[in-house]
Each structure stands twice: as structure tokens, then as C-alpha cells.
Write a protein that binds this ligand. Structure first.
Ligand SMILES: Cc1cc2nc3c(=O)[nH]c(=O)nc-3n(C[C@H](O)[C@H](O)[C@H](O)COP(=O)(O)OP(=O)(O)OC[C@H]3O[C@@H](n4cnc5c(N)ncnc54)[C@H](O)[C@@H]3O)c2cc1C
Length: 345
């Protein structure tokens, strides 16, 4: 068994930020254990490369420049920096610098390719169990990410979200006779719908609950920053959902009179109805642990960051929203890490 001051579980954008900011705060690299099965920049690197992002490039650059330990000023040339900072981009362009940063951070800390399966607090130390090791740390940061939520329509063949959001993966499916149900009206919905309509599907039926919501840029503030559609997805929705439906697209309210009949006619389904936290390592001492959205604390010395543990904030217009996105994870760490450094076991 080996002892550390900190263990960071997860190497997506949030885990990368956590490791960078711990080093910035003077925690020695050999005091940090970093655990992930892949070290491939999390879902950005493995699932969402072909997805058009919903934030301006400037916010990704804010994240990449926020931690001196990222050494982004010394990075090789990345295509991301050629793009107008006021535009959006494919998420693969962000995954590339994330990979570069993660590779050099791994050389500074103790990186362990594994899945953390259990967390136990004993003698004022956390024990992180993996399939073949036990790692001891005074503090643990969980940055485990989220998975798409699903509804239960077992008679339909599911097209996984990561396939529906990637035109190349979608093109490999035989969808000629398919009628595809798409549940939701989120950013992912407005990427999946045009992708599906670009294939030879017979028809796409978009099942929705509420009106579309758009982010509005107002100088230094954004109305519906975390919940509104942005970029290409917003443009497509304005033209085709709140404008003229393209051929082969139907829409149906989930509580409308035609719901059952329309759904019965579908053969496939895509769920774009939000995300839910990935399964956490088991904590048998307490059962399921919850976090405090105000500060990310789960227990003494146990903290959460990233899409699985978002900050809840009220914007200047009075709307409450979970703050999700790379620059927001970094802002959360900037505020919370000084607290976490003092809330150990
Ligand atoms: C379709 C889509 C588009 C998005 N677009 C944007 C955008 O444009 N701009 C933006 O800022 N944000 C965007 N986001 C939101 C968010 O930034 C991403 O979801 C981001 O990937 C979240 O980072 P994360 O580090 O919290 O989680 P993840 O990227 O999911 O990383 C979690 C990591 O933890 C590892 N892990 C999980 N469990 C364990 C365990 N038990 N032990 C060890 N390792 C574990 C996983 O293998 C993974 O590597 C988007 C999200 C989605 C879904």
C-alpha cells in the first residue's frame, strides 16, 4: 500500500484541471495519485470528438491557460488556436491539447491505469481500491464524469448517443427502413437530428416536452448560458425546429394525444434527455454519498468536480442552473480548492 496526500479519480477535463491546480497550489507531484483506465481526455477524447461544441473557443483557451502547470504557452501548435475565439469548434480540436497536457502531467504525478472500485475511510486516510491495488490518500477528488440518461422503450432498437452524434459512426448503420424516435430538445438533440436526416432513414420523429431554449450573448453575460442552445445546434434549431421542418422530420409532444401511435410506428430510438453521474466507487460505510453543490464536498477529504458534480449558480438574471463546461470546472476549482485543502480528514 502506498500513501499520498491526494488521489484524483478520473482523467477527463475535470480530472486534468484538478491535477493541474493541485500542482499549482504547491502539492508535490509524487504526493498525487491519478487514476483512470485510459488517460484519453475523458469523453471529449473518446466519445465526443466529432460533436460540434456549444461554447466559444475563447472559453476553451481560458481553461487551457488557467493552470500554469498545464504549460499551454509551451505547447506545440494545435488547430484550436487557429480558430476565431468567438466561434465554436468540433470537440476533437479541444481533445488534442487536453491529451498533450494530460501526457506531461502524468510524468509529474503517480498515474495509475485502473478503475477505482471502492473508497473507505480508516485511520484518517482514504483507501482507494482498484482491481489489483489499494492506494492510500489523505484526500480524494472524484472527477468521474456522466453517462447519457435513458428512457425505457425496450421494443425499439437503441442507437447509442455517441453513435448518433458522430456522422461517421452513424453511416455504418443500415438505417434505410428505419423510423427513428429522438427524445429531447437539448444541444445533443439538435446535433443528432440533422445527423440522422443526413442518412437514408425513412423518417425521424422528435418527441419533445418543452419549447426550445436559446442562449443569448449580452456583452459580458449570457442569458441561459448553461441550458440554452448555442452555436450550430442553435442555428439548426432556429431554422428547422422553430422554422420549417425538413422533409422526413415529424415532431410529437410526449404528453400529446398522438404519442402512443407515433412511437409505435418507430423502429429505433435515440435518447438525448440529459446526463446522469457515472457510478461512483462504492462507499460501503455510508451507502450512496451526495455532494454539496455549493462547494463540491462529499465528506471530509472527499470532493467532486466536473460534469458529475456541477456547481449550482444563480445568474445575474435570477435563473438557477448547473454550471457545466471546461471553463466552469476550472472556476469551480479556483473557488473550492482552497477550501478543500483545509477540509481534510
Ligand atoms: C455531447 C456533449 C457536448 C459537450 N460540449 C461541451 C462544450 O462545447 N464545451 C464545454 O465546455 N463542455 C461541453 N460538454 C460538457 C463537459 O465539459 C463534458 O461532458 C466533459 O467531458 C466533462 O468532463 P469530466 O472530466 O467531468 O468527465 P469525463 O470527460 O466523462 O471524464 C471522466 C473520466 O473519469 C474516468 N472514470 C470514471 N469512473 C472512474 C473510476 N471509478 N475510476 C477511474 N476512472 C474513472 C472515465 O474513464 C473518464 O476518463 C459537453 C458534453 C457533452 C455530453
Amino acid at each position: 500500500m502506498t500513501g499520498h496526500s491526494w488521489a484524483v479519480i478520473g482523467a477527463g477535463p475535470a480530472g486534468i484541471a484538478a491535477v493541474g491546480r493541485l500542482l499549482d497550489h504547491g502539492v508535490a507531484g509524487d504526493e498525487i495519485a491519478w487514476i483512470d483506465p485510459d488517460f484519453a481526455a475523458g469523453d471529449f477524447g473518446t466519445k465526443w470528438r466529432a460533436v460540434p461544441g456549444n461554447t466559444h473557443v475563447s472559453l476553451f483557451l481560458d481553461y487551457l491557460n488557467a493552470s500554469p502547470s498545464f504549460r499551454f504557452a509551451e505547447a506545440p501548435h494545435f488547430e484550436l488556436t487557429d480558430i476565431d475565439p468567438g466561434q465554436t469548434c468540433l470537440l476533437g480540436l479541444v481533445a488534442d491539447p487536453l491529451m498533450w497536457i494530460s501526457q506531461h502531467l502524468r510524468e509529474r504525478v503517480k498515474s495509475i491505469r485502473a478503475v477505482a472500485t471502492e473508497l473507505t475511510l480508516r485511520n484518517r486516510r482514504w483507501l482507494v481500491r482498484t482491481a489489483d491495488a489499494e492506494i492510500e490518500a489523505r484526500n480524494v477528488i472524484l472527477a468521474v464524469g456522466s453517462v447519457p440518461k435513458k428512457l425505457h422503450h425496450p421494443h425499439l432498437e437503441e442507437i447509442p448517443l455517441e453513435v448518433a452524434l458522430d456522422p461517421h459512426k452513424l453511416a455504418k448503420l443500415a438505417l434505410e427502413d428505419a423510423t427513428v424516435a429522438v427524445f429531447g430538445s437539448s444541444h445533443s438533440s439538435m446535433v443528432a437530428l440533422p445527423n440522422l436526416l443526413d442518412t437514408p432513414v425513412r423518417e425521424v420523429v422528435n418527441f419533445y416536452r418543452s419549447p426550445t431554449k436559446y442562449a443569448v450573448y449580452l456583452g459580458d453575460q449570457i442569458l441561459f448560458d448553461d441550458t440554452g442552445l448555442k452555436g450550430n445546434a442553435a442555428q439548426w434549431a432556429r431554422e428547422h425546429i422553430d422554422g420549417t421542418y425538413p422533409e422526413r422530420l415529424e415532431r410529437c409532444r410526449v404528453d400529446g394525444p398522438e404519442f402512443c401511435e407515433q412511437l409505435q410506428a418507430c423502429s429505433h430510438v435515440v435518447y438525448t434527455v440529459g446526463f446522469t453521474r457515472r457510478q461512483l466507487p462504492a462507499t460501503p460505510q455510508w451507502g450512496e454519498l451526495e455532494y454539496d453543490p455549493a462547494n463540491g464536498i462529499l465528506a471530509p477529504g472527499l470532493f467532486g468536480v466536473g460534469i458529475a458534480f456541477p456547481e449550482y449558480g444563480i445568474d445575474s438574471f435570477g435563473s438557477g442552473q448547473y454550471r457545466i463546461g471546461l471553463s466552469k470546472f476550472m472556476q469551480r476549482l479556483n473557488c473550492a480548492l482552497p477550501l478543500w485543502l483545509r477540509y481534510g480528514t
